[in-house]
Ligand binder design. Structure first.
Ligand SMILES: [Fe+2]
Ligand SMILES: [Fe+2]
Length: 273
């Protein structure tokens, strides 16, 4: 059995490094304290996800549990778990986004979709941005593939294709649309990180594909910077979800689809088996 510490050590924050992630002093000054707190939370999550050194004890549990489950972050920290709302009998995508996700992932996907919406992207791109990281609540490794599979029965082939490939595309800049390698990735993966061959292969095949730009636009709107004072609600996306997400009438998880179990696992994260 692996032993977890009784109480977590409070995390130390490098204030200068944190402020540097926000931008210039003027930008920091213009942020509301709520936006600053959100940014700090995001920063701390990113820090927790930094590669840990060699484990102090042999690993018994791996990291294949998503944020909703409080699964250990790569550095071994475990978040506090809070009670979850009861889900409706026939849960919809919106119920899952509202009641089965952590606030940080919720903020991130809503901000991405909001950015796409404001910039006049097609509705399917807005939907792809809204869905692109939801699966992180369930699973972290290979989240592009997991996320695409989870959404596949309910969205167009193009949307799930784009979600699948955004994972690899994040590692490769595309100056034609102003997409740069994320600063956050330097901190998470290290300066000289070279993506694994399967990621490179996914990128190279995506680059030649007719839907390349659909996946690329997810990365363009994949923002880590919190916009000062902006808290995005799900409401502006209801119509787009209604038009492009095939909500099963039995409810997600109860429709007998090949991925129903993924939704049920999020619905009942405390089931013993
Ligand atoms: Fe992602
Ligand atoms: Fe993302």
């Amino acid at each position: 059995m692996i032993a977890f510490p009784e109480k977590e050590e409070p995390m130390r924050i490098d204030r200068r490094a944190f402020l540097a992630t926000l931008g210039s002093a003027a930008v920091v000054e213009a942020m509301s304290s709520e936006a600053r707190a959100d940014a700090l939370e995001h920063y701390m999550i990113a820090q927790l996800d930094k590669p840990a050194g060699p484990p102090a004890q042999p690993l018994v549990v791996r990291r294949g549990a998503g944020a909703l489950f409080g699964g250990p972050s790569p550095s071994g920290q475990r978040p506090e778990l809070t009670a979850l709302a009861t889900m409706p009998e026939r849960p919809t995508l919106v119920d899952f986004i509202r009641f089965r996700g952590t606030p940080s992932i919720g903020n991130h996907i809503l901000q991405s979709a909001n950015d796409a919406l404001k910039k006049g992207e097609p509705e399917e791109t807005v939907l792809a941005c809204l869905l692109h990281d939801y699966v992180l609540n369930l699973m972290k490794p290979d989240h592009g593939w997991w996320g695409a599979q989870m959404m596949e029965p309910y969205v167009s082939e193009k949307v799930s294709w784009a979600i699948r490939h955004h994972q690899a595309l994040r590692f490769y800049p595309d100056p034609s649309v102003g997409y740069e390698y994320p600063e956050l990735y330097v901190r998470i993966f290290g300066k000289d990180y070279v993506p694994a061959p399967y990621i490179k292969a996914s990128y190279e095949s995506a680059r030649k594909h007719k839907w390349y730009m659909d996946a690329r636009m997810i990365t363009v709107h994949d923002l880590y910077a919190f916009e000062p004072g902006i808290k995005v609600a799900i409401d502006p996306f209801m119509d787009i979800i209604g038009r492009h997400f095939k909500q099963p009438k039995e409810g997600l998880g109860f429709d007998g689809s090949p991925v129903a179990h993924m939704w049920r696992t999020l619905n009942y994260p405390d089931n013993p088996l």
